[in-house]
Design a protein around this ligand. Structure first.
Ligand SMILES: Cc1cc2nc3c(=O)[nH]c(=O)nc-3n(C[C@H](O)[C@H](O)[C@H](O)COP(=O)(O)OP(=O)(O)OC[C@H]3O[C@@H](n4cnc5c(N)ncnc54)[C@H](O)[C@@H]3O)c2cc1C
Length: 266
């Protein structure tokens, strides 16, 4: 978190424009900005964005949800009540300035997994964002046999990007890409409503611990075959790390070995 002068920030960031906002709920939105000239990122990475607030730039990290090749950058965000950055973000209109730092950041990328045939992508809330970008990489569909997105939310209306995943699934079938994509949605509230699409009731970590996720996907987790990402709420991420360690897995290491990589949003 930081607050710097516009002059100082302009040395490392580019002044871009907000292009569009898609509101999923009152507090969840996806937004698009222009992409800085020459901006490079690997799906799974995050950008640092800056907004002008009271004459200073306030910056925050945002995972990129758009595909590597697109002209625009997209992000999936929650408006945090009273949050400095997101209160301003919520008030932006198309055409307004959004600063984008010239470098991209982060190590939660699929290409770091050199072995294993299943890629599990676990997220709470807006932690889903990086997987939307990762799943737009054709290589991921060719490299893995199974792609499993597990999205934990409180309420059903927070299950964003379902259409995008459907579209990617169709595209993969048309292209003959081998991987099978499964989307497991874990909802903690409104769980007594009629079940329409096989949503799972309960916290993601509870469902991981008791084997319900594996059962629902029809895929047992194994040290040899399973590679995992976990992103979002830091309590979820910590618990997932503990659960995976209990199963003999470890974090991905630069020197080789390891089964999982994680990212905390706060
Ligand atoms: C590597 C990284 C990537 C990130 N990517 C995203 C992203 O793609 N989308 C996104 O919405 N946020 C993302 N964040 C969080 C984001 O950077 C800001 O923290 C968030 O926008 C709140 O900023 P704020 O100034 O409005 O609130 P602050 O005043 O900074 O309040 C922070 C508090 O808000 C809550 N909070 C922060 N982020 C979230 C969240 N995503 N979901 C639920 N509660 C939250 C926490 O309680 C936290 O303590 C990411 C953070 C990191 C470190």
């Amino acid at each position: 978190m930081s607050s710097v002068s516009i002059d100082a920030y302009s040395e490392k960031a580019s002044c871009e424009r907000l292009l569009s906002v898609h509101r999923w709920t009152d507090s969840l939105l996806s937004f698009r900005t222009t992409r800085p000239a020459g901006y490079r990122f690997t799906p799974g990475q995050f950008a640092r964005l800056g907004l002008e607030i009271d004459g200073q730039i306030v910056s925050r990290a945002y995972s990129i949800t758009s595909a590597e090749h697109e002209d625009q950058l997209e992000y999936y965000a929650i408006i945090v009540p009273g949050g400095q950055f997101t209160t301003r973000l919520d008030a932006l209109r198309p055409g307004d300035a959004v600063w984008v730092e010239k470098l991209s950041y982060g190590f939660m990328t699929a290409e770091r997994f050199v072995d294993g045939r299943q890629l599990w992508m676990l997220a709470t809330g807006t932690g889903l964002g990086p997987y939307v970008s990762i799943l737009q990489q054709p290589e991921v569909w060719q490299r893995f046999d199974h792609l499993v997105v597990v999205h934990g939310v409180r309420r059903r209306e927070e299950l964003a990007y379902a259409d995008k995943f459907e579209q990617l699934r169709r595209q993969a079938a048309e292209q003959g890409w081998p991987a099978r994509l499964q989307l497991l949605r874990c909802v903690t509230r409104d769980t007594d409503l009629p079940d329409a699409h096989g949503w799972l009731a309960g916290r993601l970590t509870t469902l991981l611990r008791d084997g319900a996720l594996e059962q629902s996907a029809g895929l047992p987790l194994s040290v040899e075959q399973s590679r995992l990402m976990a992103c979002g709420n830091p309590d979820m991420v910590t618990e997932v790390r503990e659960l995976l360690r209990e199963r003999g897995m470890g974090p991905l290491r630069r020197t080789g070995g390891g089964q999982f990589v994680t990212e905390d949003y706060w």
